[in-house]
Ligand binder design. Structure first.
Ligand code: CP3
Length: 345
């Protein structure tokens, strides 16, 4: 008789099975708050080189799991490898964030969707290496940036607080914008399908800039492209487990969840727990939503808030996480306390 398959509590939660205590991972859990990450980062020439080195990217992915009792590993890469693989110039300036050669409406022809998966082969190699390296009860999370969020960087050339360049591009050049969304939707589907085939258990769609959009723009630029990705991925990977994180979606989380069909909705920290719980069907999973600065400050305020969040989502599948990425200033002992608090130990 073959042994019973090992349960992955985080994957089981994504599939709709609530756990006694929520499984936990941390958005951006591999990164600069860890000295062992900084040591590797110093050795490589550029951030993208790290993303495209399967040995180093695997090592960096595993670092947080060696320190903390987390339930998932997330592939170490970045949402901007897609524009890079499509042939747009992308670089990361230390301390300044990403810089891209801004995309103009007449520049779409220069994007090269055909060979883009070959360019991402090292990332897919990283996925299979992580798969063989992690314990069988750990969930492997793959990801990509959602088309609107990726487009804000492709059009603006950098991060911005209001995404005005991309919002105006969408309004002034609707045909070019639709063509860009089509390219990104197709690229994301192909990329996520290969991540599943390489060993990812779950994927997360990072829509980090779901802010600042009116309801029409939100429906067209956030909901519809994410819906197409979910549908396109599941056409090739039936029932593929998918987490959607529409940061800033606020009052639009319910239509986002209903129309996209994601298994779990990531809740940002500005969304009230009670609002999210009332807005979403009770069978739907949620992920979140501690303010990353509560983790920086640590102590009793953090423990209290963690318990409040867990109690607030007690009636449904819940994955504990921050409500946005961990910041470099975060003390490691606070992460230890966070994980122990979530696990109730
Ligand atoms: O979660 C993980 O540990 C996996 C790796 C991961 C990174 N970026 C590594 C990274 C993931 C999942 C991302 C996603 C990502 N990248 C998002 C969505 C999540 C979010 O925070 O909203 C976005 C918007 C990006 C784009 C990006 N990459 C920015 C704006 C920056 C610079 C600012 C910053 O936060 O560092 C990056 C660089 C980046 N991506 C770093 C890391 C560890 C730091 C770069 C370095 O080490 O020099």
């Amino acid at each position: 008789m073959s042994p019973a398959p090992v349960v992955k509590p985080l994957l089981a939660t994504v599939l709709g099975e609530r756990q006694e205590r929520p499984p936990v991972w941390i958005m951006r859990q591999a990164g600069r708050y860890l000295p062992e990450y900084r040591a590797i980062r110093e050795k490589v020439g550029s951030f993208l080189e790290l993303c495209y080195s399967p040995d180093l990217a695997t090592e960096v992915t595993l670092q947080p799991l060696r320190r903390f009792d987390l339930d998932a590993a997330i592939l170490f890469s970045d949402i901007l490898v897609i524009p890079d693989a499509l042939g747009q110039t992308v670089s990361f300036e230390t301390g300044e964030g990403p810089r891209l050669e801004p995309l103009h409406p007449d520049g779409l022809g220069r994007l090269r969707p055909d060979g883009f998966l070959d360019h991402l082969a090292p990332v897919l190699e990283t996925v299979s290496r992580i798969r063989s390296a992690i314990a069988p009860d750990k969930t492997l999370i793959g990801f990509c940036g959602s088309p609107w969020t990726v487009a804000t960087y492709m059009i603006g050339g950098r991060g911005s607080s209001d995404q005005a360049a991309a919002r105006l591009f969408a309004l002034r050049h609707p045909d070019a914008f639709a063509q860009l969304m089509d390219i990104l939707v197709e690229a994301s589907i192909a990329y996520l399908v290969t991540q599943f085939r390489a060993g990812a258990d779950v994927v997360q769609l990072f829509e980090s800039w779901a802010l600042n959009l009116d309801e029409l723009a939100f429906a067209a630029q956030v909901i519809e492209p994410n819906r197409r990705i979910v549908e396109g991925v599941r056409r090739q990977i039936p029932n593929a487990p998918i987490i959607g994180f529409p940061r800033g979606a606020a009052g639009m989380i319910a239509p986002y969840a209903a129309v996209t069909g994601v298994n779990v909705v990531g809740i940002d920290y500005a969304t009230p727990v009670g609002f999210a719980d009332a807005a979403l069907p009770k069978t739907l999973g949620v992920q979140g939503n501690l303010d990353p600065l509560r983790l920086v400050a640590g102590g009793v305020q953090m423990e209290k808030r963690v318990e409040e969040i867990i109690a607030g989502f007690a009636g449904r599948p819940h994955i504990f996480n921050l409500g946005h990425g961990i910041v470099p200033e975060t003390p490691i002992e606070h992460v230890e306390l966070l994980v122990a608090t979530v696990k109730g130990v």
